[in-house]
Ligand binder design. Structure first.
Ligand code: SF4
Ligand code: SF4
Length: 252
């Protein structure tokens, strides 16, 4: 069993910040993640029974799409979700073998596949449904923040980013150190009202989301005032749905 270093003593915490204004739900991040982590050191991400009645696929990163508002005043929201690299990750202390751990040097939460016995305790503990079981190797997998890319000195500096960040055609995915107040991610969180997913669960997710700009149509009916940048009604309206879907996507 691994102890977790208290979040406030971590000098560095790498994370993703996702801009919900510009994500168009194209799934480029999903396929890029799948390709990199199937062929790279963290893979393979297995697909089973692909042409059968109940196909399954293992993905570190998924994009869920919701309709918010009430007809006819609705909008479509694309919501990418992967492991949030929580600063207080409940998936770590439940692991009986110490396979699940949080790195002290950069806060990335990882699984040591050589120690994992496939008991799935961590998947039950993760309230976001972010863990994916590899049915072929019988080990638990999850987003690694492309730890095998971001420190690879053989890659040019501009490529030392997660594959999903490199692939996003709209620049919706930012990557960096959320403990560094001058980083791009910290500035975006500070200036654009970045928020954590379900902070009431006490997990302190490192990944954050930039809320959609509130549109006049959804905020108060069509034509009722101008757009504002306050926390959007749509995010609050989505919370029960997100909570239910997080719980519903947990590993069985
Ligand atoms: Fe663990 Fe889930 Fe948090 Fe990722 S999102 S660190 S798997 S609790
Ligand atoms: Fe640890 Fe693997 Fe069990 Fe998860 S499935 S708790 S990583 S041994």
């Amino acid at each position: 069993m691994n102890a977790i270093q208290p979040a406030d003593t971590l000098a560095r915490q790498l994370a993703l910040v996702i801009d919900l204004n510009v994500c168009v739900g194209c799934h480029a991040c999903v396929t890029s993640c799948k390709e990199w982590n199937t062929s790279g050191a963290a893979g393979p991400l297995t697909d089973l029974n692909t042409r059968g009645a109940q196909p399954t696929g293992t993905f570190f990163n998924r994009v869920q799409t919701y309709e918010a508002g009430a007809f006819p005043v609705t909008e479509t929201i694309h919501f990418p979700k992967s492991c949030l690299h929580c600063e207080e990750p409940p998936c770590v202390p439940v692991c009986p073998t110490g396979a699940s751990y949080k790195r002290a040097e950069d806060g990335i939460v990882l699984v040591d596949y050589d120690k994992c016995i496939g008991c799935k305790y961590c998947a039950w503990a993760c309230p976001y449904g972010a863990r994916e079981f590899d049915e072929e190797r019988k080990v638990m997998t999850k987003c690694t923040l492309c730890v095998d890319r971001v420190y690879d000195e053989h890659l040019p500096p501009q490529d030392r980013k997660p594959a999903c960040v490199k692939a996003c055609p709209t620049g919706a995915r930012l990557f960096g150190d959320v403990k560094d107040p001058d980083s791009e991610v910290s500035q975006a969180i500070r200036e654009r009202g970045g928020y954590q997913l379900m902070p009431e669960w006490g997990t302190q997710p490192a990944n954050q989301y930039l809320p959609r700009v509130r549109t006049a149509a959804v905020a108060g009916g069509r034509g009722a005032g101008s757009a504002a940048t306050e926390r959007p009604a749509t995010v609050d309206a989505l919370k029960p749905t997100l909570a239910a879907l997080c719980a519903g996507t947990q590993e069985a």
